[in-house]
Ligand binder design. Structure first.
Ligand code: NAI
Length: 411
């Protein structure tokens, strides 16, 4: 068996590979730590990424890069992956877990940006703003009030009342809207927002239905022909969550038949890889349909906050082993070391591992200053602070256990 590359090294040897134009706030944080950063402005295809990732200790991506099991296999030195966005379904999370690689994301750095755009689009749909703007650009003067409305007093139905959905509820209520929501988990309503017992109940009473659910097997095509039929005539649908949630053909048909009064769509079942690729959709050219290129969370403020949030999580993991906020890993957040050395060990979660580790510790007469273990179904993650004179021997002993997946030491 080939020798596993060492995972303990000085900070200036730590290589960070950042793809997809990650904000400079992240570069600054890695730079302050003394890490070396290579930044590439686009996503890389699998084969190219496999070559690049072989040298990296930290990989930073956004939503386009696919971190497949094959990419993880090539990343023999990889300590951690940072998804500088909210979604992490572009990363093979289970495979990363099995290789002892925690994945971090930024669950709420762009929440406000998405919520603000939803409020903007609710008003824009209500006033047919997209169409009016296009007409005037084309030299057409069409001054109309028919089917244009204030949003005050109208009902907005929020599907998925998590970070974004609940913020939309707060902003919409401040504008005088009545807010109802549907979520599969019980959540505390903000302000005067009301929860609906079923999705159907929400659809039947909302002038605007806005989707803020994650992409799961349950949310795939959750809004199709039958659900759209239950929406009020003239109501508008907004999807800024994930492209698979809505059946696009059903939405296009409902706009053409005038059952729906408009739609705002930011995410699509298949999206262009880059800004130079073209875009096709049955929604193109339909009246009062606002189409945006997955820019819901794309603001300077959000990018900067995401850069900082994820970079800090990655640095904390590299320098202290903290996995707080990791999406695929047992969570440990231990205070900094006080004088000792810290051993980090990821192992298969099978009976007897801790006994074997503690035997190695006792064989070296090590003095444990702190020890925390956290497990999930597949792996265990152990952080142990011990006295410096025996730490390297203990690390070697633990790393050699057949149950060990990844072991490193922090000085
Ligand atoms: P979150 O995890 O905070 O909230 C999602 C909510 O949906 C949770 O409360 C969950 O219980 C609920 N939910 C899950 N399955 C459901 C179901 N079947 N029916 C009803 N509710 C269900 O997520 P967050 O941060 O609010 O993001 C929501 C979505 O927005 C995600 O899909 C994310 O990918 C997308 N997003 C899109 C952006 C864009 O640029 N367009 C930017 C940021 C996020």
């Amino acid at each position: 068996m080939a020798e596993r590359p060492s995972t303990s090294f000085p900070v200036d040897k730590i290589k960070v590979l950042l793809l997809e134009n990650i904000h400079k706030s992240a570069h600054e944080i890695f730079g302050q730590e003394g890490y070396s950063v290579e930044a590439i402005s686009k996503a890389l295809p699998e084969e190219e990424l496999r070559k690049k990732v072989a040298e990296a200790h930290v990989l930073g991506i956004r939503s386009k890069t696919q971190v497949t099991p094959a990419v993880l296999e090539a990343g023999t030195r990889l300590l951690s992956v940072g998804a500088f966005c909210i979604g992490t379904n572009q990363v093979a999370l289970d495979a990363a877990n099995g290789r002892g690689v925690p994945v971090f994301n930024a669950p709420f750095s762009n929440t406000r940006s998405v919520a603000e755009l939803i409020v903007c689009e609710v008003i824009a749909l209500s006033r047919q703003l997209g169409d009016r703007s296009q007409e005037v650009h084309a030299g057409v003067w069409k001054k109309v009030a028919t089917n244009c409305h204030e949003i005050r007093g109208k009902t907005i139905g929020i599907v998925g009342y998590g970070h974004i959905g609940s913020q939309v509820g707060v902003l919409a209520e401040a504008l005088g809207m009545r807010v109802v929501y549907f979520d599969v988990r019980a959540t505390l309503p903000m302000g005067n927002n009301h929860s609906c017992a079923t999705l159907d109940a929400l659809l039947g009473q909302s002038d605007f239905v806005t989707l803020h659910v994650p992409e799961t097997k349950d949310t795939k095509h959750m809004i199709g022909e039958a659900q759209i039929a239950q929406m009020k005539p003239g109501a508008c649908l907004l999807n800024m969550s994930r492209g698979t949630v809505v059946v696009i053909d059903a939405l296009a048909a409902a706009i053409k038949s005038k059952h729906l009064g408009g739609a705002a769509v930011d995410v699509y079942p298949s999206e262009p890889e880059s800004n130079s690729d073209g875009f096709e959709s049955p929604l193109r050219g339909l009246p009062n349909v606002l189409l945006t290129p997955h820019v819901g969370g794309s603001t300077e403020e959000a990018q900067e906050a995401i850069g900082r949030e994820v970079a800090r999580s990655l640095v904390r993991f590299v320098s202290s082993g903290s996995t707080a906020g990791a999406v695929n890993f047992p969570e440990i957040d231990m205070p900094p070391m006080r004088g000792g050395h810290r051993i980090l060990n990821v192992h298969k979660n099978v009976p007897g591992v801790l006994t074997n580790i503690n035997r190695i510790v006792s064989d070296h007469s090590a003095n444990i200053q702190a020890q925390v273990l956290s497990t999930d179904a597949n792996i265990g993650y152990l952080i142990m602070d011990i006295n410096v004179d025996v730490s390297e021997g203990v690390r070697k002993g633990i790393a050699a256990l057949p149950t060990s997946i990844k072991t490193r030491i922090l000085f």
